[in-house]
Design a binder for this molecule. Structure first.
Ligand SMILES: Nc1ncnc2c1ncn2[C@@H]1O[C@H](COP(=O)(O)OP(=O)(O)OP(=O)(O)O)[C@@H](O)[C@H]1O
Ligand SMILES: [Mg+2]
Length: 378
């Protein structure tokens, strides 16, 4: 049997590893080619990063793409560092050249080279939160893509993943500065991707937001079931296993059709199945057990952080199929008290991204956590 698990989990997938998403990819590529600004919005683990990286692969070297992940940024200065480095490296390639060019465009920076714990060379533009002229540097850095593209006479795109995090630094100030700067850069395409859906929608739909109506949106839903099951079935076959349509349907249901969770269950099935051949009901049960035990430490830590009322709300939702009728009988059955308390708990659970709201229904962001609550919390 092939020794490498053919179902990748938690890492961005591209090329042959990417199921479907052709329409979405074409939308991104077209929008970038036409110099547009696109907002890619989807819940966590639906495959945003994979799409961005695959679009980048298709666009380069024709159009260099700077990619940065805002989850990594721990301050405004750190964000500026990531932004400047991604832009300079996408255009200049070699780090030494990028550093030299940084010095030409950005005043008051002290580029430094270091070695990270893995022993790889790293560089930084050397900005800091304490710097008196940080806001001036911010504006120079935001203008960098436009200035570089003009001088080098090339097109350029910037992809910002987890873009909602931009609001962590100084409220709307950075967003406002971006909007003002990017408006002066018609030759640069921007893709803003985010998983905190309510913030992302607020950015494009609320009149108070700097990016109000500044570009089209693309929402990412589940992968079409027929395509996804065909894709998975081929993978099992290549690994010397076969799986029935019914069982694949069951996997999609247990994983709430979330690509990451679907792949995780398949990953677990491959791990627990000892011999090649047809996947049985016993294998399915073992795979679910494998996933729940792998995640238990994390789920316990989540549960531990909830208030008692939040725990009752989560338990009620897990058991009721997360449809949440919230009528009197339901509130009484799960001892949830007045509906104002339920509203408060639900708001917190949405904020922690334990739940998400889709078509007016509350769903578990992680369907395996729901399974864990159903099985472990009596
Ligand atoms: N189109 C796809 N085809 C096959 N698997 C996919 C696809 N999209 C996502 N996945 C699965 O989901 C996992 C997560 O993908 P990715 O990191 O791109 O998602 P994400 O939305 O960026 O997640 P996060 O919210 O954690 O940043 C992948 O490792 C893969 O298992
Ligand atoms: Mg991602």
């Amino acid at each position: 049997m092939n020794s490498q698990n053919p179902f990748p989990i938690g890492v961005p997938v591209s090329g042959e590893e990417l199921a479907d998403r052709e329409t979405e990819l074409q939308t991104i590529v077209k929008e970038v080619e036409s110099g547009g600004r696109l907002f890619l919005i989807s819940p966590r683990r639906y495959g945003k990063t994979s799409l961005l990286l695959e679009a980048r692969r298709r666009l380069q070297p024709r159009i260099p793409v700077a990619y940065l992940d805002l989850f990594q940024a721990t301050s405004l200065a750190h964000f500026l560092d990531l932004f400047a480095k991604a832009v300079l490296e996408s255009v200049e390639g070699a780090v030494e050249k990028a550093i030299r060019v940084a010095g030409e465009y950005l005043r008051a920076i002290r580029p430094t080279m270091t070695v990270n714990p893995q022993g790889e060379p790293e560089w930084s533009i050397g900005s800091s939160q304490q710097q008196a002229d940080l806001l001036e540097l911010r504006d120079q850095i935001l203008a960098l893509p436009g200035n570089l593209a003009k001088r080098k006479k090339l097109r350029l795109a910037v992809f910002m993943d987890e873009f909602q995090e931009v609001r962590n630094f100084d409220g709307l100030a950075l967003e406002k500065a971006m909007r003002a700067s990017f408006q002066q850069q018609p030759q640069i395409s921007y893709v803003f991707a985010g998983s905190k859906e309510s913030i992302m929608w607020d950015m494009v739909r609320s009149r108070k937001s700097p990016f109000f109506r500044s570009g089209p949106t693309l929402s990412l839903g589940p992968l079409p079931a027929a395509e996804f099951t065909r894709f998975l079935s081929t993978k099992f076959k290549k690994a010397g296993m076969s799986i029935s349509k019914e069982k694949l349907g069951e996997i999609l249901r247990l994983a709430d059709e979330i690509p990451y969770n679907v792949q995780y269950l398949c990953h677990a099935l491959w791990n627990v199945k000892q011999d090649p051949g047809e996947i049985s009901g016993g294998d399915m049960a073992r795979a679910v057990k494998y996933v729940l035990s792998a995640e238990t430490a994390y789920y316990v830590s989540l549960w531990d952080q909830f208030s008692l009322h939040q725990r009752r709300t989560v338990r009620a939702l897990a058991r009721s199929g997360a449809v949440a009728p919230f009528n009197k009988t339901f509130l009484a059955e799960y001892d949830l008290g007045p509906s104002a308390s339920v509203a408060r708990s639900l708001a917190q659970l949405l904020k922690y991204q334990i739940l998400r709201k889709a078509e007016k229904r509350y769903r578990f962001a992680d369907p395996f956590f729901r399974l864990w609550v159903q099985t472990k919390i009596a």
